[in-house]
Design a protein around this ligand. Structure first.
Ligand code: UDP
Length: 346
């Protein structure tokens, strides 16, 4: 395999990371996974090998462990990095902000040191639309939208990480770097062998829907029905995780082609909004499963409606998401059934 095509994928056993590993292999890259499995399942590696039909290079290293990371970079000499590994639970970050700042910032700093020391050509950072905060008056948000103060330490780490990358890039302008700002990643690989594996009670809508439908949760509460939206429930931009994974590969390919350094931020979303009620209705219609649900009070901090202006992603990365909401829901449901079968056979 061509040495230049090696891509370090931190958090490669996690939800978005694992789907990106598949997409990288499908596009002729060689992913080198760094994941210490503190928030991911070891079984993901075997399932990734099943999907891709090849042995994976996986290193159980903490990204904050500079020496261990340096040794890996010295032996692999990757041409790129996709940095996913980070804590991401909003509630936990409120309870334990220092853990979030320490882990999410330090791991980034270590990786940026590697970019400089090993002249790693391309770098893609896993950011979030949370950097836009509550965009007053705006529903469709483009990258020019001002960065706001985040609602949680988790969100704040994304803002600070983008700032660190910006400052680093000023000192290292030859770096080719992109921050991808994800909207709401959902769904699972069509094989149903990998997907989102929430630890404890899910905060996110679709895992809560599928867990309720399978019987793990009693009932879904829709948070608020009196928003100023067509059906009164909140609107979000749900992007299929395989489309999101593809956006990472396109980012690496785009950066590779540039003959000078650059830093950019790109939204990754479908550009379409879907309401909570529409998600519930589409789930029932696509799966034929009745979903127990009720309406409850609004959740604190929820923005009524937000979706991506994804024009830049289409223009710069030449990429348009391919999957529908129905694809996302069906694949998430197949994945939930897979988890259920596996857990009940244990
Ligand atoms: N939501 C809901 N019930 C739940 C979980 C989420 O009604 O049990 C709603 C939530 O209020 C929001 C939407 O679903 O309007 C998406 O929530 P999620 O946490 O998945 O994404 P985020 O709000 O972070 O964009």
């Amino acid at each position: 395999m061509d040495e230049k095509k090696k891509i370090i994928v931190t958090g490669g056993a996690g939800y978005i990371g694992s789907h990106t590993v598949v997409a990288l292999i499908e596009n002729g890259y060689e992913p080198i996974v760094i994941d210490d499995f503190r928030n991911s399942q070891k079984a993901v590696v075997a399932n990734l090998e099943k999907i891709t039909g090849q042995k994976l290079s996986v290193h159980a290293i903490d990204c904050c462990n500079e020496e261990a990371v340096r040794n890996l970079f010295a032996s692999e000499k990757p041409m790129g990095i996709i940095h996913f590994a980070a804590y991401k639970a909003v509630g936990e970050s409120v309870e334990n902000p220092l853990m979030y700042y320490q882990n999410n910032l330090q791991s980034l700093v270590v990786l940026l040191k590697m970019v400089k020391e090993f002249k790693v050509e391309t770098f893609v950072f896993s950011s979030s639309c949370t950097v836009y905060g509550e965009p007053k008056g705006a529903i469709s948000v483009d990258e020019g939208f001002p960065i706001a103060k985040a609602f949680s330490p988790y969100g704040q780490t994304k803002i600070i990480c983008e700032q660190i990358i910006e400052d680093f890039h000023k000192s290292h302008p030859e770096g080719k770097m992109i921050c991808l700002r994800y909207f709401n990643p959902v769904g699972a690989h069509e094989s149903a062998l990998i997907g989102e594996y929430p630890i404890g009670k899910p905060n996110n809508l679709l895992p809560f829907i599928t867990q309720t439908a399978i019987g793990k949760r009693e009932i879904l509460t829709i948070f608020g029905k009196d928003y100023d939206t067509p059906d009164g429930t909140c609107i979000r931009d749900y992007i299929h995780v395989c489309d999101l994974a593809e956006a990472h590969v396109r980012s690496i390919a785009f950066l590779e082609k540039q003959n000078r350094g650059l830093l950019d931020a790109v939204n990754v979303g479908t550009g379409k909004g879907t309401s909570v009620k529409e998600m519930v209705d589409t789930f029932e219609e696509a799966t034929g499963v009745e979903l127990k649900h009720q309406f409850g009070p609004r959740r604190q901090g929820d923005v009524p409606a937000i979706y991506a202006n994804n024009e830049k992603m289409q223009r710069v990365l030449g990429f348009t998401p391919q999957k529908t909401i129905r694809d996302s829901i069906t694949s998430a449901w197949n994945w939930e059934k897979y988890i259920h079968e596996n857990e009940s056979s244990k």
